[in-house]
Design a protein around this ligand. Structure first.
Ligand code: MG
Length: 253
């Protein structure tokens, strides 16, 4: 009888400790507790879009002539990224930039993230699309994640996507980006920061986000002048295809 009582006491004691831990965990604020869990959106696609008649085609599956290596000086080293037999170009040899510079624009770009199960976090299919050479919309394998501002669809370290519309690595995805360059007055003072809206795979993920300054790893931090589109080489074999742009606006100054 005594033995049964003592084991009952032990069970009650253990239950009490477990209940106390649960209550304590609920009471302690955890990282990201206030951020609602990101909705996962499925059945998305918007690839193989035909460029509109007024678009500048930056990559059509054959020629990389619109691009040069970022870390080179005029007259610039031609783009070293390989064009694969299926009409994709693959990251390799450094960042690339467009020869042309832009301010406000509409950009369509399709990308395929490699399957890298051994890699983690920022090392898993990392690349990125930089507007005006300064503002990155992140490319990363973020399929199924509760994405943060450094994950796919994030304006890097500025804004997380509104939903996770990522496809699996190995599938073609798209970004449609509307970019509004920063505005300055005659004295060179910032009147309005850059603004970005993004659709990933046809789903609205960034809504007119103000980006106060150039994001991490930008090629240039002076945002008063037009800049190129930059595609990032982060050491992972991300592929790109069907890249076109519709310049919309005037120079920033
Ligand atoms: Mg990146």
């Amino acid at each position: 009888m005594k033995a049964r009582e003592s084991s009952l006491t032990r069970v009650l004691a253990v239950s009490g400790v477990v209940a106390a831990i649960v209550l304590l965990c609920a009471a302690i604020p955890c990282y990201g507790q206030n951020a609602p869990k990101l909705k996962q959106v499925r059945n998305v696609s918007s690839t193989n879009l035909k460029p509109p008649s007024d678009a500048i085609v930056l990559f059509d599956g054959e020629s990389t002539d619109a691009w040069v290596m970022q870390k080179s000086k005029p007259p610039y080293v031609p783009c070293k990224w390989k064009v694969l037999p299926d009409g994709a170009m693959q990251v390799g040899g450094g960042n690339i930039i467009t020869k042309q510079k832009f301010t406000d624009l509409q950009l369509h770009v399709e990308f395929k993230i490699p399957y890298m199960p051994q890699a983690k976090g920022q090392g898993r299919g990392n690349s990125g699309v930089y507007l005006q050479g300064s503002y990155e919309v992140q490319i990363l394998d973020s399929y199924g994640l509760d994405s943060k501002d450094s994950d796919c669809g994030g304006v890097y370290k500025v804004s997380r996507p509104m939903v996770n519309a990522c496809l699996k690595p190995g599938e073609w995805q798209s970004y449609d980006i509307l970019f509004f360059a920063p505005r300055f007055n005659d004295k060179g003072e910032l009147e309005q920061p850059a603004r970005l809206s993004v659709l990933q795979n046809g789903v609205w993920i960034q809504n007119n986000i103000a980006v106060p300054k150039a994001t991490t790893a930008a090629m240039k931090r002076d945002v008063t002048k037009p800049g190129p589109i930059m595609l990032q080489d982060h050491g992972n074999p991300v592929q790109y295809r069907n890249v076109w742009i519709r310049p919309l606006g005037p120079p920033t100054r």
